[in-house]
Design a protein around this ligand. Structure first.
Ligand code: SF4
Length: 485
């Protein structure tokens, strides 16, 4: 289909450069041509950039497997040097994790009066180091200023993307040092320590020493928070395959079978940002609650994953308490949460892989567009989120974005991104700013796909009914009934 419509990307930077040229004054002036080009550049990002980055990170630092961690601003510790790892590129953060437990580094922290070094994550770097090392997350995009305002952060290390422009100004009110590390992202009033892969550990130690030196400057300023939630992260698509059968029989068959039987109604990805125009996490949490209650398995990445983690939805116990009976039965059998943490924004490529495996496994159609699955970014705000949404559409997925539509004013563009894209590729993009409507449209789309696949009608409560031990009286009654028939 990509070949047919001329949207197979030729290379990542080439497509980005071409997009910049097309949108220059006086070049591409045909909305359909522009929108098809948007699909092409987004595919370069998804199946090229993101998937490549995920694979290379897994090769360098390890493919994630389930790991215990904690989430919320309460993960900052009162008696240790708190260092916030914020941004998106895992290379420096991995090195900081590695050197933070060196005896010399621990001794240095103690020499400054602290009991140790406490690393916490923020935004997608948090997801990277949590998935591989269980480092706790202080939260997503809208938690960054709040974490500084605890007065407990000795340093915040940032690189690229989603760093609030005023973070260094907020930090000036406290003792926190903001340290920029990328040549692409400097900031007034921050300290710049340029990251260099050839001196990676040395730089990581330099930054940690700077944070330790700042510990004695901590005051009583700030609002301390002590609560946090436990979670299990680390669900790579490789592990999801493994958990459904082990080393020898790992496959996506059990998941497909559960969907075909109606135990699991469908699968939804709740991903993406926080948005200052929406009460933080409110859409993420409402949707996660409603989906799992209705037997829909949720996979999550980015700040969406952080919000589900902070709400306490990422433990296997959540399945017992909050999931519908069919989904609960599957989660309990495998021992997984009903909301699976798949990693950072870049790891949306893992969702593409899961969708591809499900199609390949058989029984759920011949294309990603046949799956009873929907992608949702309910609180999106960044350009990157849009690119991700569009590469899911180009891969055949129905995608819903919450908040406002940047193309609301154009009926032509609205028609292209819904009707034309769906006709050509099976996926479409809608903006819906009401979480209840997002939920209803998602469920309707899932049920429609189930009908198109001629799967059993989903019936709430059909599976997973409470098992009751029969008493002798029950047994006699049962036998009598059997004999009578
Ligand atoms: S989900 Fe959005 S806000 Fe969060 S790190 Fe990714 S792009 Fe940034």
């Amino acid at each position: 289909m990509w070949k047919k419509w001329g949207i197979t990307p030729r290379g990542m930077d080439r497509e980005v450069s071409e997009a910049m040229h097309r949108t220059h004054m006086g070049v591409d002036q045909d909305p359909e041509n522009l929108m098809m080009a948007a699909l092409k550049v987004s595919l370069a990002d998804g199946w090229g950039g993101c998937m490549f980055s995920t694979d290379i990170s897994d090769i360098l630092f390890g493919t994630p497997t389930p790991i215990h961690s904690t989430a919320s601003i309460g993960v900052m510790k009162g008696d240790e040097v708190n260092v916030i790892l914020h941004g998106h590129e895992p290379t420096l953060a991995e090195m900081v994790v590695e050197v933070s437990s060196e005896p010399e580094m621990m001794a240095y922290a103690k020499s400054k009066g602290a009991n140790g070094i406490n690393l916490v994550g923020m935004c997608c770097t948090a997801n990277e180091v949590m998935m591989r090392h269980g480092i706790p997350t202080a939260g997503g995009f809208l938690n960054q200023e709040l974490s500084v305002m605890t007065g407990l952060a000795e340093a915040m290390i940032v690189d690229v993307q989603c760093i609030m422009p005023a973070i260094a100004q907020v930090a000036k009110k406290f003792h926190t040092k903001i340290i920029t590390t990328s040549v692409k992202g400097k900031m007034i009033d921050a300290i710049h320590i340029q990251f260099d892969e050839h001196r990676a550990k040395e730089i990581a130690r330099e930054i940690l020493r700077l944070a330790c030196d700042n510990y004695p400057n901590r005051t009583t300023e700030g609002s301390r928070v002590s609560s946090f939630e436990p979670l299990i992260a680390g669900f790579s698509h490789e592990y999801i395959e493994y958990m459904q059968g082990g080393s020898w029989r790992g496959s996506f068959r059990p998941l497909n079978d559960a969907i075909m039987a109606g135990r699991i109604r469908g699968v939804v990805g709740i991903v993406g940002c926080n948005n200052p125009r929406i009460a933080q996490d409110s859409y993420h949490n409402y949707l996660a609650t409603e989906f799992i209650k209705n037997d829909i398995l949720v996979v999550s990445t980015g700040c969406g994953a952080a919000s589900c983690a902070k709400a306490g939805y990422m433990t296997p116990e959540t399945a017992l308490e909050k999931a519908g009976p069919g989904l609960r039965e599957v989660c309990v059998a495998i021992g997984i949460p009903p909301v699976l943490h798949l990693g950072a924004c870049v790891d949306n490529s893992r969702i593409l892989m899961i969708a591809s495996h499900m199609v390949e496994e058989g029984g759920l159609g011949d294309d990603i567009s046949d799956l009873p699955a929907v992608g949702i970014a309910p609180e999106w705000m960044s350009e990157k989120a849009l690119a991700i949404g569009v590469y899911f559409v180009a891969s055949g997925m129905y995608v819903i974005f919450g908040s406002e539509s940047p193309v609301e004013a154009s009926s032509v563009v609205k028609k292209i991104k819904t009707e034309l894209w769906e006709k050509r590729l099976g996926g479409k993009l809608e903006f819906i700013n009401d979480p209840k409507e997002i939920f209803e449209k998602t469920v309707a789309a899932i049920d429609k796909k189930r009908d198109a696949l001629k799967l059993k009608k989903y019936e709430k409560g059909k599976f997973g009914a409470e098992r009751v031990l029969m008493t002798m009286a029950d047994r006699r009654k049962f036998e009598k009934e059997q004999a009578a028939t």
